[in-house]
Design a protein around this ligand. Structure first.
Ligand code: 2HG
Ligand code: ZN
Length: 470
């Protein structure tokens, strides 16, 4: 190998495969939330798995850290290199091919750099559905989604990303390739290696391709938007929808009034589909693989019963695909609206579903006790117990002063989460932002086992250094 690792990488990857111009590196060096700005000496853009593996081998030999990056949409700085100038970004952008799709097996083999949206579209073209949906799906890539075990809007029905994976191809820290792209529904042959890489946030190896489970495309779909008096009513309505048809209930999303007001203010072409604003809203989707006549009417009956029971104050059903999309935009644009509104401290937490109302009462109180006037933006995946409990500064407080207290605010929320038996990161991962929480939450045996895995898979510590493990 050349004494200069960048020269060796240039020779291997060619001009399309290596970025070293400072100005061109900038977009890869900073995270979506602008929390971190790293100083990578280069961005690697290999064309395929073999090139990627050779590049990893070169970096490992040169002692360069490798930070895999897909759509760069991490909420926790998980794909941003450090400031030390010794970590390169490994972009998966050019590994974006659909390798195979089998509508009989209901499986899709796709490379890690394809966006989640592209994977969904490929499935739809074949009359299937990839049942994973997140707000950032237009930019987020399969590799990132799997490495962070993304959750999103359909977890209550289809599980998290890790539940949708049959096989993986992974480049290991020493440059070897694990070819595990099996598409078997049953395979009990020792340790389940794919599950070790899923959710590992690139700290154990680089996922380069995956076999994903599909389901038949829905033929009937009903999207409803409802106003609710309180969090208890939201939970009761969720339960009612589940009892109605657990197989058809595809999403149940919660939104509080402040987040909704930010969406309506900052996102163009949005409007509340109800006559009056409320303190709490839910977006509910039912779907069926059959074109069932009367499908919408049964949902209307469920909502009517919920109104009689006082769980729902007002409701509307989307009458067209356009209306359904508009309702979903109100939910999906929460993160963007908050970003446009200014500084925020995010808590991506989960509690048992039955305790969400308790959480939604206790957490604002804990934050107000810490910082009077703090503004709560609570929304998220009520159907699976995952609430995005985000905070904005009190009116008039300087953003820098607010952000300087981020650990205090996160710890106040997490105090409530802990009492309720929840998790400090439900779907966004640990990344760089939350490593400090790991000893307190996962210390002892759990962290020992995680460290043992890290040592076994990446003894030199080159894979996404400084992420996940403190
Ligand atoms: C969502 O559900 C994302 O919209 C982003 O997970 C959550 O901005 C957030 O905190
Ligand atoms: Zn979310």
């Amino acid at each position: 190998m050349s004494a200069d690792p960048l020269a060796a990488l240039a020779a291997l990857l060619g001009p399309r495969g290596l970025i070293t111009e400072a100005a061109d590196i900038v977009p890869y060096a900073e995270d979506w939330r602008h929390l971190y700005r790293g100083a990578p000496p280069a961005v690697l853009r290999p064309a395929d798995t073999a090139e990627l593996a050779a590049a990893v081998k070169l970096c490992a030999k040169a002692g360069l850290g490798i930070v895999p990056q897909g759509g760069n949409t991490s909420m926790v700085g998980g794909a941003t290199p450090s400031e030390n100038g010794r970590e390169v970004v490994l972009s998966l952008a050019r590994l974006n091919r659909v390798r195979a799709l089998d509508p009989v097996d209901l499986s899709l083999t796709i490379e890690a750099g394809a966006t989640l949206k592209a994977a969904q579209d490929a499935a739809a073209e074949a009359g299937c559905r990839l049942p994973l949906s997140i707000a950032s799906e237009g930019s987020a890539t399969i590799g990132g989604v799997l490495s962070t075990n993304a959750g999103g809007n359909m977890t209550l029905r289809y599980g998290n990303a890790r539940d949708l994976v049959l096989g993986l191809e992974v480049v290991l820290a020493d440059g070897r390739v694990w070819e595990g792209l099996r598409r078997l529904r049953k395979d009990n042959t020792g340790y389940c290696l794919r599950q070790i890489f899923l959710g590992a946030e690139g700290t154990l190896g680089v996922i380069t391709a995956a076999v994903l489970k599909l389901v038949p495309a829905p033929q009937a779909r009903v999207v409803a938007f409802v106003a609710q008096p309180n969090p208890e009513a939201a939970l009761a309505f969720l339960n009612r929808c589940q009892r109605h048809d657990p197989a058809a209930l595809t999403a149940f999303e919660y939104m509080g009034e402040h987040g909704m007001s930010l969406v309506l203010r900052h996102i163009p072409d949005t409007a509340l589909p109800l006559a009056h604003p409320a303190a709490h809203y839910a977006l509910v989707e039912f779907s069926s693989p059959r074109a069932e006549p009367g499908f919408a009417e049964t949902v209307e009956e469920v909502i009517a019963a919920a109104m009689t029971a006082g769980e729902v104050l007002d409701a509307t059903l989307a009458a067209s695909e356009g209306q359904a999309r508009a309702m979903w935009r109100l939910r999906e644009e929460h993160a963007e609206a908050q970003k446009r509104a200014g500084a925020s401290i995010k808590n991506d937490v989960s509690v048992p579903v039955s305790l969400v109302p308790e959480f939604l009462r206790a957490a604002p109180a804990a934050c107000a006790a810490l910082m009077p006037g703090i503004r709560v933006v609570a929304f998220g995946h009520l159907g699976d117990g995952n609430i995005h409990f985000n905070l904005r500064p009190p009116e008039g407080m300087a953003e820098a002063d607010f952000l300087a207290r981020d650990h205090q605010v996160m710890d106040a929320v997490n105090g409530v989460v802990r009492l309720l038996g929840g998790s400090f990161s439900a779907e966004h991962g640990v990344g760089r932002l939350k490593t400090y929480m790991m000893p307190e939450w996962r210390g002892g045996v759990e962290l020992d086992l995680m460290r043992a895995l890290k040592a076994a898979f990446d003894p030199e510590g080159v894979m996404n250094p400084g992420k996940v493990l403190p």
